[in-house]
Structure formats: structure tokens, C-alpha cells
Design a binder for this molecule. Structure first.
Ligand code: FE2
Ligand code: FE2
Length: 160
């Protein structure tokens, strides 16, 4: 998978998860919490790895720099809203409303990346560069995602 396919895969997974989350009600507290925890960690990892692998290379190009900084700013706003929702009671109607706003922002950002940013980036990256970036993205995403997972109580207890 080249970088464009690899990022698109994450986006499609996120879209599916957001759809599932939107279908939950305030009464489905456990399901909502579990789905949101997965979604939050995946988005944080996606944003950070995308910045380190994809945007860090492209933002040096004058044709891409403004778009890159706009994208990084959207990551920042999205990450903050994820943080806010993380501490907000999931079993409330407000949570659903806030999640709706967050998912709209993320959806819009991903669409823009795919429809506007990707075509420009394709002109700057060779096939081999895009393939290598895709590999790096995949490898780093695995590491970051694993690093962000909360330590399980059982892991600590095992060392007692
Ligand atoms: Fe992004
Ligand atoms: Fe993305």
C-alpha cells in the first residue's frame, strides 16, 4: 500500500467507527465507551503519524505549506475535542451532540485530504517515495497505537 492507500484505509476505518458510534444511544454506555476509546486512540495515532511521515515532508514545499499548516491545525482542534469528549459523561444526550460536531469536523478534514491534498501531493512524490512512505506510516502507526494503549491492571499485578 502506498501512502495514499494507507491513509485512505485509516480514513475508511474511522468513517465506519464514527457511523457505529453515531448509531449508539446514551443508554448503550459500555458500547459507546469501548467504541469511543478505540476511535480516540486510532485518531490520535493517525494524526501524529500522518504529521511525522506525510506532512513533515510536504510542508517544506512552498506549494504545500499553507495547506499543510491548515491540516495540522485541524488535527490540533480534533485532538482537543477528542480529549474533551473523553472526560464528558458518555451516558448523556450532550455527548451525542458533541460527538456529532466532532465527527463532522473529522469527516470534513478527511474528505479534504483525499480530494484536495492527495492530488497535489501525488505530483510531488514519485511512485517509490509514495510506497516507502506508506510502509513507514504503517510501521509507525503500529508502534504509536501500542504505546498509547493504557496499561492493563493485570500487567501490573503480574509483577507483584
Ligand atoms: Fe489529517
Ligand atoms: Fe488523515
Amino acid at each position: 500500500m502506498d501512502i495514499f492507500e494507507r491513509i485512505k484505509k485509516d480514513h475508511d476505518d474511522a468513517r465506519a467507527l464514527m457511523k457505529e458510534l453515531k448509531d449508539t444511544t446514551a443508554r448503550a454506555e459500555k458500547t459507546r465507551r469501548k467504541l469511543f476509546d478505540d476511535f480516540k486512540l486510532d485518531m490520535w495515532a493517525h494524526h501524529k503519524v500522518e504529521e511525522a511521515v506525510f506532512y513533515s515532508y510536504l510542508r517544506d514545499d512552498t506549494k504545500m505549506s499553507i495547506d499543510s499548516y491548515e491540516a495540522l491545525n485541524e488535527h490540533h482542534v480534533g485532538n482537543g475535542l477528542l480529549e474533551e469528549l473523553d472526560t464528558f459523561p458518555v451516558a448523556s444526550e450532550e455527548w451525542g451532540v458533541k460527538f456529532g460536531a466532532l465527527s463532522e469536523l473529522i469527516e470534513h478534514h478527511m474528505d479534504e485530504e483525499e480530494d484536495e491534498f492527495f492530488p497535489k501531493a501525488r505530483k510531488l512524490l514519485s511512485k517509490d517515495q509514495a510506497a516507502l512512505m506508506g510502509e513507514r506510516f504503517d510501521a509507525r502507526k503500529k508502534v504509536v497505537l501500542a504505546a498509547l494503549k493504557p496499561l492493563k491492571e493485570s500487567e501490573i499485578e503480574a509483577a507483584a
